[in-house]
Write a protein that binds this ligand. Structure first.
Ligand SMILES: [Zn+2]
Length: 271
């Protein structure tokens, strides 16, 4: 599933294809997954921003916002393919027409037009924590919340302590900070390490264009893969030696999610 680095890479690459252009229409199969898209026809795109794993498309002279969630396999492509679900027709003035194609083989992606900032129908977005690569992500707030948290990995995945972490970057951040995914109520030292690891892992992953896994479902919108998978320390490395200590990484299921751990570097300290 695309996480913050993949969504941010997608946002950066499609922004030039949409910003300043007028929405002329959409083509898609009717589905509750695509809601009120037509409300934006005739509007001109002003900005593409991002919150967590959501792309937010803003418009000139309008308080509407088009929210795109990539789901498991959603992404933008320069040309249509057999899994194209939404085609956006755009124009610049009355001459320069072009299309943007949203592909999504497993159909978990969602598009919805809302009043800007009104996310009550999207609980995850509504309750989303601070952006980890912004000044809104404050160490003391994180330390305080982590000192009361339940099992740390599901807590991170909830999007409440921090926005944008999914399975890959939760495993990577926990490995880098030497914290077992089932740790609870983190100590101050643990929280400080985890806070720094989250920022470091996500910044590097954004720089690398995200992670393209073996299923190939995530590509950058220009058709290139991401490259951060080459820097993974835990995720997808089961039975391979830990890059820190040489012990084999093991994989198990925690809360229904494949979880990758080094037993030596990430001891479970019950508190
Ligand atoms: Zn290790």
């Amino acid at each position: 599933m695309p996480e913050l680095p993949e969504v941010e890479t997608t946002r950066k690459l499609i922004a030039p294809l949409l910003e300043g252009r007028t929405i002329l229409g959409f083509e898609y199969d009717p589905s509750p997954r695509y809601s009120a898209l037509e409300d934006t026809i005739g509007l001109t795109v002003s900005t593409l921003s991002r919150r967590g794993k959501y792309i937010l498309i803003g418009f000139e002279d309008s308080d509407l916002e088009l929210i795109v969630h990539l789901g498991m396999t959603g992404g933008f492509r320069p040309t249509p393919d057999k899994h194209t679900r939404v085609t956006v027709h755009t124009g610049l003035g009355h001459t320069d027409y072009s299309d943007v194609f949203f592909t999504d083989s497993r159909r978990f992606g969602k598009w919805r037009t809302v009043r800007r900032g009104e996310y009550a129908e999207m609980p995850t977005l509504h309750a989303m924590g601070p952006e980890p690569l912004s000044e809104d992500f404050v160490l003391e707030d994180f330390v305080e919340a982590a000192s009361k948290a339940g099992t740390v990995k599901p807590w991170l995945l909830s999007q409440k302590p921090v926005a944008g972490l999914g399975n890959i970057y939760a495993d990577e951040s926990l490995h880098l900070s030497g914290i077992h995914p089932e740790s609870r109520k983190l100590s101050r030292a643990q929280s400080v390490r985890l806070f720094e690891a989250i920022k470091q892992v996500l910044a590097k992953a954004v720089h690398a264009g995200g992670s393209t896994l073996n299923d190939g479902s995530y590509q950058q919108p220009d058709g290139n893969p991401g490259y951060f998978q080459l820097e993974h320390r835990a995720y997808g490395r089961e039975d391979q030696p830990c890059l820190t200590c040489g012990e084999p990484i093991y994989k198990y299921w925690l809360g229904g999610r494949g979880t990758h751990v080094c037993a030596k570097c990430q001891p479970l300290e019950r508190s």
